[in-house]
Design a protein around this ligand. Sequence first.
Ligand SMILES: Nc1nc2c(ncn2[C@@H]2O[C@H](COP(=O)(O)OP(=O)(O)OP(=O)(O)O)[C@@H](O)[C@H]2O)c(=O)[nH]1
Ligand SMILES: [Mg+2]
Length: 264
Amino acid sequence: MRCALIGNPSVGKSLIFNQLTGLGVEVSNYPGTTVELMQGKLCHQGSTLQIVDLPGIYSMDGDSAEEELVRAYLLSETPDAVIAVLDATRMERNLYLLLQLAEYGIPMVVVINMIDEAAQQGIIIDSGHLSSVLGAPVIETAASLGKNIGEIIPTVLSSARPAGIAVPYTPQIEAAIRSLGKLYGATRLQALHALQGIGSASELVEGARTIAGEIESLNHMSAHQIIGANRHLCARRIAADVVGAQEPDRRFSADRLLTKAFPG
Ligand SMILES: Nc1nc2c(ncn2[C@@H]2O[C@H](COP(=O)(O)OP(=O)(O)OP(=O)(O)O)[C@@H](O)[C@H]2O)c(=O)[nH]1
Ligand SMILES: [Mg+2]
């Protein structure tokens, strides 16, 4: 089984990767790119898993080398599962990427990392609710403390599933997706890519260019911008629903530790 760690930059993917994998980590350039990929292996109850630590990205639809690599990896290497790593202190921004990842339809497990940092900042996350909104399992972790890292692989093996959530796009974008499906047999993901001009020349991309041009002249915004705005709104709504505030938990703060270490 092959699975990939995906997420925004600096969310803790590599730390989690190092904790999950043992020996046999390989670093190589992804074919045709200068982007390095770490690949490792682990065994869990008789199953061997190959794990790839993908580069951190903020969006999956841009043209940076990292974003192109992640898209190419997901479309051509077709991993059996993805482990989507989110930063608990930046849920809205991280959900924006997650909503795009969900469109690939790959079985996933969502890991909300930095839960220690979130607690210190007084941020609480309703993971149960998030799991029902996304339709995929959600685990809270603090990789720097090793907290709940042991739950990731068993959850991947037992319950990874394609997220059921779909971003509701504006009626024009939804109509364009349906037309491209009817005319060219495009899936929702392929239609969205084509509307954003992603992908090499094809009848679909050509057809989508015409439709995207009409959408742009009606809205004074490109289809790409509208799609991005719809995703941002959806991410903001989910974050508003699942992220709450409480009194900051200072248990791990230096002050507290010093008071404990030097009573009186
Ligand atoms: N407080 C806290 N820090 C963490 C946690 N997980 C990772 N870190 C720290 O966050 C920083 C970034 O971690 P990385 O594992 O390098 O993040 P990454 O997602 O691989 O980043 P990129 O490769 O740049 O995309 C490091 O300093 C980690 O030690 C956590 O759960 N809690
Ligand atoms: Mg990394």
